[in-house]
Write a protein that binds this ligand. Sequence first.
Ligand code: NG1
Length: 453
Amino acid sequence: MALDTNALARIYGSADPQALAAQERRYARALEAFARRYGPGEVRAYHAPGRVNLIGEHTDYNHGYVMPVALDKDVLLLARPRRDGVVRMDNLEGGFPQRTFSVAAEISPQPVGDWANYAQGPAEILEREHGPGLHGLDALVDGGAPYGVPRGAGLSSSSALTVAFAVALAEVNDLGLAGPALADACSRAEWYVGTRGGIMDQFISVLARQEHALFLDCRPAADGSGYAYRHVPLPAEYAIVVADSGLRHTNTGPHYNRRVAECRIGVRLLAARYPGITHLRDVEDHPWPEIEPLLPEAIDREELLAMGIDPARILDSGVDPQTDTFSVRRRCRHVVTENRRVLDACEALEAGDVARLGTLMNAAHESARDDYEISTPEIEALVRLALGLPGAVAARLTGAGWGGCIVALVAQEAAGDFAARLVAGYRAETNRQAQVFVCHSAAGAGLVLQTRV
Ligand code: NG1
């Protein structure tokens, strides 16, 4: 497997020849750096893409539906197998100190936020479930701009690193772990870092197919056969445009886990009427007007404790102790209605009905803003500006929220102009610089090349 544009086209196929040549230079630079860092010998290159979510926000951890698309922005991880169980991690970018840990040892977590956690998580899971005695590796990560996944932008940079490392570790150890089983291991691995997240990001990074979205049902099948998903072709006449507000969030902060807790409180309250339910997904067949009166707009800690529900125990990581009041009704309304929208959006995409898809995406934004309350003034500015530009049929915040990116659906021929005008409008309004790019959906994670340096 040599480094050539054919190998790269299989991964970044929809990119133009110039973009492929640029990727070739990126890989060559990374290979040189690997040789300088670890000496001459064998090296394997793995990639794992980030993603943009078309629709289905904060539904995954409620066992709902999502519909993400992989980006051609990714994490590239170069690796050489070792005979022992040691992992050495280095990064081409500054600010990510070199790390060494042992796959076989009982792993003690680094402080949350350390980038090596995203490798230690999958190492721990794979060693426990496929070990003992896995071989380690020497690794060099390349995730910097403009090829890498922007970090903290709601485009799944953390999952891309988790998946890239897991793919490499599984492959050098010949574990035969791929597809949904690998994605599932990666999503459990990310809990290690502290976010009580769902499975969307790892599944799209592993299962992505060029020019397709992934419709994923985040509820595991009762018979243990895993998750249902299908690839849905994207409309060729429309571009998926991503605009990064430049504002950053961190998932491991209290906000995200608090939303997870509010959904779980909703389930506990609904269980009085619908015994045996475990997730908001379980009420999908009940009309919202039937559910709504069962859920308080807000409920505080004392009231919950009196009902035998301890909010501090509702997540195994605990919730932010400062939050005394929980907004239950509107959070649940977002999740329940969003699940319906994803099903409808998938149907619309399969029928080639882009106008309907756009309407659903716009409604998803309003729900995320008003009911889930995860938008910000900057994101609102981007969405409003985007919807006012020629060729745009939809614009909504994408990812966890609290900053990050919007995703827009724009007629192909208008996309270039759209990007320029959005950047200018956003700067005029907020004095901030937006990064806008068209998403060329890439292939899922895997080995890209095997060579010697
Ligand atoms: P981002 O946007 O990458 O922070 C997070 C979760 C997803 C999903 C979305 C909201 C992780 C790794 N990712 O993604 O599972 O819940 O928020 O839809 O926790």
